[in-house]
Design a binder for this molecule. Structure first.
Ligand code: FEO
Ligand code: CA
Ligand code: CA
Ligand code: CA
Length: 599
């Protein structure tokens, strides 16, 4: 039995890895292997991966690109399970030979099929052993931009969601830019539709501008292949409104219809994570990943019923939506330097400002449908606090405290932009920070909260504005751009990063952070991902000493002809070799103690 803070996963932290290393670096005594890679066939009749002969049909039956959110859901007995993974976006220059990039129809349709999500069965010989994925597993599923989604909540059927192809405003084809997510207490997976704006050709409306939808031609030119990506065309004005939601899928039932929940609002959802409140209502937290955007909370109208999956899958359809307002307790002293105020802490209180209550808008001049479709504009009116890019937002399953990854905001305090405040205390915040938020009386549905900053990230050796809750800065692993969060069974926080190569000069990685006692604020690096990759989807099964990670866009700054990474296979044959390709392949990897093989 392990006490709080004592993870079953013991390790010696790795040294930071320079950003030119093309390897997955794990601690001494650990080994790793890929479970599944971009292009691996999911079904018995799926074609083998062949990057020279890609088709949309093949890609739709193979594992997608750029793995982000990840969970490993074990069945009873621990020998089988499902792997659930988001495929956030595509890097066409790494996916296709240069002489094929001009074939827009093919490239765009393959890319559409490489977006979305995968559900893949996994199997192993026993608990603690490495997994293999099961080709042809009965729960295997690809969700792409063609998969029909139902829409629920107050904006379902709204005129704002109707298009030429869907005059009901209740059925959307596909999900895209699925970044982070969360597994619900009832076993479904929530996934956030994040940077959907970049795929649409915009019409210049104020609402579209607030969502970053440009009137320029999108670089992927999908609007030339599928008219729904051109919102200037009659009948497609509302298509962008059909993305930017939290979606829920049932990974146990490949025939189930996934759902877009309008109750949680529309913005660049990083993801969503659920906590069950004392009274049985459920609370879902979600960040809007944009500089100066907001942190949100949804509180369900109905109550969680243990074991009633069908009922619980309706909980996110109906409830109240709030946005966070942070107040510092020594705000006048915050000068943007990152120096602690005189009371020794970046901390204060806050309120959840209501946007929708009991199915009605409480924002002046906006209907409930408008609040949910144009949630950013509603939150602007409510006076929410502009944050430094809220990424993953996750409550600790042990304490209920909420952790908010604020990845960075290099525009904080620059000309014409909001200046520092106690919750976002650095000007030009390059390295990001993490807030710890405690609901008042630790009641999940409370309308007030207290908060403090757990850590202000950076490389303490080169940056005087780092802070680790009082833990000696010279003893921590350097960390920059926190993105995804997870917890181990002992309640330690785990953080993965996205952007460290360009800020502190090290490869992105995965870090354990103590939250209590003398370990509070201690950052220890567990692994580093290969050159150019972002580290995503941390899953920590510390009782088995197993860790899982999604390696997104390895070698991103290279090309098909000149790869900057050979992850995960590290074979460099001619491209016509025996089914082995000298290409970086975004993958899900597992980390386990040396000597544990799959037999
Ligand atoms: Fe896709 Fe906010 O990271
Ligand atoms: Ca303070
Ligand atoms: Ca992310
Ligand atoms: Ca990110």
């Amino acid at each position: 039995a392990h006490g709080r803070g004592r993870s079953g996963l013991s390790f010696t932290p790795i040294a930071p890895v320079p950003n030119t290393v093309d390897d997955l670096t794990v601690p001494e005594g650990y080994d790793w292997s890929p479970i599944i890679r971009w292009g691996d066939p999911l079904f018995t009749d799926s074609p083998e991966f062949d990057p020279l002969e890609q088709t949309p049909e093949a890609q739709a039956s193979q594992f997608g690109y750029n793995s982000d959110y990840l969970d490993i859901l074990q069945d009873r007995g621990g020998r089988t399970g499902v792997l659930v993974n988001n495929h956030e976006y595509t890097n066409e220059a790494n996916m296709f030979p240069a002489d094929q990039l001009g074939d827009l129809e093919r490239v765009a349709r393959v890319a559409m099929a490489a977006h979305g999500m995968s559900v893949v069965e996994i199997a192993r010989t026993g608990p603690g052993r490495p997994w293999s994925y099961v080709r042809g597993g009965s729960r295997n599923r690809r969700i792409t931009l063609s998969t029909p989604f139902a829409v629920d909540g107050p904006a379902a059927g709204s005129d704002l969601l109707k298009t030429r192809d869907d005059p009901t405003g209740t059925v959307v084809l596909g999900t895209q830019n699925n970044c982070a997510g969360g597994t619900t207490p009832w076993g479904t997976v929530l996934s956030g539709e994040e940077n959907f704006n970049q795929y649409f050709k915009g019409n210049g409306s104020a609402e579209q501008k607030r969502y970053g939808i440009s009137t320029d031609d999108p670089s992927r030119r999908w609007h030339e292949v599928d008219p729904r990506f051109d919102s200037t065309l009659p009948g497609y004005e509302n298509e962008p409104h059909r993305f930017g939601w939290v979606v829920e899928i049932d990974p146990q039932d490949p025939s189930s219809t996934p759902v877009k929940h309008t109750s949680l609002g529309r913005f660049k959802h990083e993801g969503a994570n659920v906590r069950v409140a004392e009274d049985g209502t459920v609370v879902a937290y979600s960040g809007d990943d944009e500089r100066f955007d907001y942190l949100y909370k949804f509180v369900s109208a109905k109550k969680y019923v243990e074991g009633d999956r069908a009922h619980n899958m309706t909980l996110l359809a109906e409830g109240n939506l709030y946005v966070a307002q942070f107040t510092g307790d020594t705000a006048a002293e915050i000068d943007g330097s990152g120096r602690l105020p005189s009371d020794g802490a970046f901390d204060g209180s806050g309120r959840w400002l209501p946007l929708v209550v009991d199915g009605e808008s409480v924002v002046e001049g906006m209907s409930v449908e408008e609040v949910l479709v144009f949630t950013r504009l509603a939150a602007d009116k409510a006076g929410a606090t502009k944050m430094d890019r809220p990424e993953d937002v996750e409550p600790s399953p042990l304490t209920g405290k909420l952790y908010v990854a604020l990845t960075n905001n290099t525009q904080r305090g620059t000309a014409g932009k909001a200046g520092p405040d106690e919750a976002n205390p650095r000007t030009q915040n390059r390295d990001g920070h993490v807030i710890e938020l405690t609901e008042r009386n630790n009641r999940a549905a409370a309308l007030e909260f207290d908060w403090n900053i757990l850590l202000v990230a950076g490389d303490p050796a080169k940056n005087a504005s780092t802070y680790f809750s009082g833990y000696p800065a010279q003893k921590v692993s350097p960390i920059s751009c926190p993105d995804n969060l997870a917890f181990d069974s002992a309640g330690n926080l785990w953080i993965t990063t996205d952007g460290a190569p360009g800020t502190i000069g090290y490869n992105d990685g995965m870090y354990k952070v103590g939250l209590t006692g003398r370990q509070r604020g201690n950052v220890e690096q567990f692994l580093a991902v290969p050159q150019d990759a972002e580290c995503c989807g941390p899953v920590v099964h510390d009782r088995e000493r197993m860790v899982y990670v999604a390696v997104q866009h390895p070698g991103e700054d290279g090309s098909f002809e000149e790869p900057r990474s050979y992850f995960p296979d590290y074979v460099v044959p001619t491209r016509q070799g025996d089914g082995e390709w000298a290409l970086p392949r975004p993958s899900v990897a597992q980390v386990f103690p040396v000597g544990r093989d799959g037999e």
